[in-house]
Design a protein around this ligand. Structure first.
Ligand code: SF4
Ligand code: SF4
Length: 390
């Protein structure tokens, strides 16, 4: 097997190590690139249908054997359900538009999601909420986390980044890498570097097979091209002002592997095979929702996967789940406990709906809304936007 590292046919092929039979089998059986549920008008595009599909799975595992996340939380020392920790992160999902249609996508993003994009009014409402949080005596906010879709496609993206940087906040761009190879966005690695933006890039696997299977043919070549551009801009060299994070998720129906050992493996493989470096790896579980849920159902794997999640339920992973220290804002300005609850349209249990009315005291007094998809966050070493939680 060989690989043209430039992606444009100009380089000599580089030999890759022989793939393990296990990886090949996982990938051949794993999720493949698809189209959006929304575009296909499938019933599973509806959040209620997704939640009902999860509730219908017979589950007798976990601490209580009931398949109730709330009951399992209670049995694990959280009798009133999940309660907030100090709010440290504002995560803004600026839209569902994406240049890719990955099979595991929990947002159901794609090129056809053109209407769900945050407008300038909602962007300014986010900034207004951030200003109120920063002025609050109990403020613990330090980070604004921008996600999508491909967040760079939002026309107000650079404005929002600049405004957050001007407020002294750490900014994370959740980037799919391939967008950085599109002519209009090729300036971004340098642009990010000038502002100290952390770039958290999704890449299913450090090998071509696993990545292209899930994200589409040619994705791996473009991803490497983008990684080189980020390295050239100073990313991935242990500079705290130019942090390059890679985010991986399993290419199949199994749980994320050990983050620390995977990071060592990924760093060695990408350096050896392509001369590419990065700073840290986050290993996330796939959430049983949206397009990944569809794949699990199609493959007859839903019950097995849910049993895996419950069988690996880890009370030690609860404390660090992202809903506890994050507010998630949707493209239309509505607020949620996390990006997963956002996609399932589970509004946060607060006396306001829109970020324009965000009130930190009310936010901190809420109970987090949970359901069976939450088992994806508490399995194994735990899984959040910041990686393993235990
Ligand atoms: S790149 Fe990210 S947002 Fe876009 S389809 Fe893939 S998983 Fe979804
Ligand atoms: S899915 Fe959201 S609400 Fe549920 S545990 Fe994970 S972060 Fe919290």
């Amino acid at each position: 097997m060989s690989f043209d590292a430039t992606g444009d046919g100009s380089a000599q092929p580089i030999s890759l190590p022989v793939l393990s039979a296990e990886l090949v089998a996982d990938v051949q059986d794993g999720p493949k690139r698809t189209t959006s549920l929304y575009g296909r008008r499938t019933p599973l595009a509806e959040p209620d249908v997704q939640l009902a599909a999860l509730d219908a799975v017979p589950l007798a595992l976990g601490p209580t054997g009931t398949g109730s996340f709330h009951a399992d939380l209670a049995a694990s020392g959280w009798p009133g359900g999940l309660r907030p920790a100090p709010l440290e992160i504002v995560q803004v999902n600026v839209g569902k538009l994406c240049n890719m249609t990955c099979r595991h996508c929990h947002v159901d993003s794609g090129p056809d999601r053109t209407t769900e994009n945050m407008d300038r009014e909602a962007v300014d409402a986010c900034l207004g909420a951030i200003d109120r949080i920063l002025a609050h005596p109990d403020c613990a906010l330090h980070t604004v986390d921008l996600t999508g879709g491909a967040p760079e496609l939002n026309p107000h993206f650079e404005y929002l980044v600049d405004e957050c940087v001007a407020r002294g906040l750490h900014v994370i761009d959740r980037c799919n890498l391939t967008i950085l190879t599109v002519r209009r966005y090729r300036h971004l690695p340098e642009w990010f570097a000038e502002r100290g933006v952390e770039v958290a890039c999704s890449l299913p696997h450090y090998r071509e097979l696993g990545t292209d299977a899930q994200r589409g043919e040619g994705t791996y070549a473009k991803s490497l091209k983008a990684l080189r551009a980020l390295n050239d801009a100073g990313y991935g060299q242990s500079d705290p002002e130019r942090v390059l994070t890679l985010v991986t998720n399993p290419v199949g129906s199994f749980l994320a592997g050990n983050q620390a050992s995977l990071e060592d493996e990924w760093k060695a493989a990408l350096a050896r095979n392509h001369g590419v470096s990065f700073d840290r790896l986050l290993a996330l579980n796939n959430m049983p929702m949206s397009r990944y849920l569809e794949w699990l159902i199609e493959k007859g794997q839903l019950e097995t996967y849910m049993e895996r999640l419950l069988g690996a339920f880890n009370p030690g992973a609860i404390d660090g789940v992202m809903c506890r220290n994050t507010v998630s804002v949707g493209w239309d300005g509505r607020v949620y406990d996390c990006d997963f609850n956002q996609q399932l349209e589970m509004d946060a249990a607060v006396p306001f709906e829109h970020v324009a009315d965000f009130d930190l005291d009310a936010w901190q007094a809420r109970a987090v809304r949970t359901a069976r998809h939450c088992y994806g966050c508490t399995a194994g070493a735990g899984s959040s936007c910041g990686g393993a939680t235990a």
